[in-house]
Design a protein around this ligand. Structure first.
Ligand code: MCF
Ligand code: FE
Length: 403
């Protein structure tokens, strides 16, 4: 048993002061430090710096590790030029992306306080790095392909990758399914994959209505995607509408990424079906996709980094700072609190993980953030956390210290 003491502890009931947390692999008890020491006299006491805040470990629900070698190769600024550059440079980038490159990416996530993440895997190449990384990984095997001639082979490979990711529970790998997007997955394969997710209770995610180009293509078979599909796939119309695609997920809560171009009605439908959104503010900005209006959003959301294919860092703290600046309207402190919740308890609910809250029986995943000075008001701690923190000062996963 260990006891960690911090000046401030983030709990569902607000910030506690003068308290500690007793834990092994899971959280046993939260109480004044003296009380815990009397109750658990053999426990090791872990102290933290003055003005430290104990948070549940942060959770990044959406990242692509296989593109971690990208720095200055892919075209940013507009979605279709970016997609063309992915098609052109993908093989080179993936070849350059060695297991160590992906492990370094996991380490960047860890130093920013991320103890669990959702990895969208196009090829299964990051499995080795995810096994070695200390974090809990929801391993989203991606299904992508719209050509009926090749879809059987693609689907068989997809199932093989799911199988491979199912054999590493001891390394905290949780198999899951990612549908790439409405424009890139054949409707029949889509139905098979959703059925497979339901049968095995896999967490399910899909990119959805990210760009204006996707909106025009799905609605009216035109816009920038028209030339893209004509040139690359000899295809003149989409295989599904946005409505058909979204309704295929009815009855099975799914984690949709982006949704920047979703209509009010579509967002209402997502809300009623219990779906959630991964909000990637920097990715949306860098790919010219616009801003998700989170101030009016009823659908629960997480803030996530996406991959280095559409970002400059994988630090969740950088992402939270970007979110704070991008969503410039509304009360600042309330937004900061909401953003912290979006990478802790809300993200844990989304990925169906037993962590994300400092309450008894949850997994002992913690991120310690040290503020530069004493906060004047407890309610402002989330804001000071986001504004002042470059790296976590300590990180624990299932009771073990990794930073
Ligand atoms: O989320 C971003 C932008 N939207 C779509 N896809 C990706 C993103 N980052 C990486 N991707 C991957 C995706 O998983 O790029 C490929 C897919 O394998 C794009 S389609 C050639
Ligand atoms: Fe993505």
């Amino acid at each position: 048993m260990k006891i960690i003491a911090a000046d401030y502890i983030y709990t569902p009931k607000g910030f506690l002061t003068g308290h500690g947390v007793a834990f092994a692999e899971t959280i046993k008890e939260i109480a004044p430090v003296k009380t815990l020491q009397q109750k658990y006299p053999d426990a090791q006491l872990i102290e933290t710096h003055k003005d430290s805040v104990l948070y549940p470990g942060f959770i990044n629900t959406h990242v692509h590790l296989e593109f971690s070698s990208n720095r200055t190769t892919l075209t940013y600024g507009s979605f279709i030029p970016w997609l063309n550059s992915v098609i052109e440079d993908r093989n080179e980038l993936v070849k350059k992306c060695e297991p160590q490159t992906m492990l370094n990416a996991c380490n960047e996530l860890l130093r920013s306080g991320v103890t669990s993440f959702g990895a969208i895997s196009s090829f299964g190449l990051e499995l080795e790095a995810c096994i070695k990384a200390p974090q809990r990984v929801v391993f989203f095997n991606e299904l992508i392909g719209s050509n009926p001639q090749t879809i059987d082979v693609i689907y068989a490979d997809f199932k093989e990758r799911i199988k491979a990711s199912s054999m590493h529970a001891e390394n905290r790998i949780i198999p899951a399914i990612a549908i790439h997007a409405p424009y890139s997955v054949h409707p029949i394969a889509l139905r098979h994959a959703i059925t497979l997710a339901k049968e095995n209770e896999y967490v399910l995610c899909a990119h959805l209505l990210e760009s204006q180009a996707e909106r025009s293509w799905l609605d009216t078979s035109d816009g920038e995607f028209q030339a893209f599909f004509e040139t690359n796939f000899n295809q003149s119309a989409p295989l599904t509408t946005a409505k058909e695609f979204i309704e295929a997920f009815d009855g099975y809560p799914t984690h949709f990424t982006h949704c920047v171009q979703a209509t009010k009605e579509e967002l209402e439908h997502l809300y009623r079906q219990g779906h959630t959104i991964a909000h990637c503010p920097r990715s949306n900005r860098y790919l010219g996709c616009g801003r998700l209006a989170i101030e009016n959003l009823k659908v629960p959301f997480s803030v996530a980094t996406d991959g280095l294919s559409s970002n400059n860092t994988l630090s969740i703290l950088d992402e939270l700072r970007a979110a704070l600046m991008l969503h410039h309207q509304g009360p600042l402190q309330q937004l900061a609190s909401k953003l912290i919740r979006s990478v802790t308890s809300d993200a844990a609910d989304i990925l169906k993980l037993e962590c994300g809250q400092i309450v008894p029986n949850k997994l002992a995943d913690f991120t310690v953030i040290t503020l530069p000075d004493t906060p004047k008001n407890l309610e402002e701690i989330p804001l000071w956390t986001i504004l002042h923190t470059k790296e976590a000062s300590q990180v624990y996963i299932q009771g073990e210290q990794y930073v």
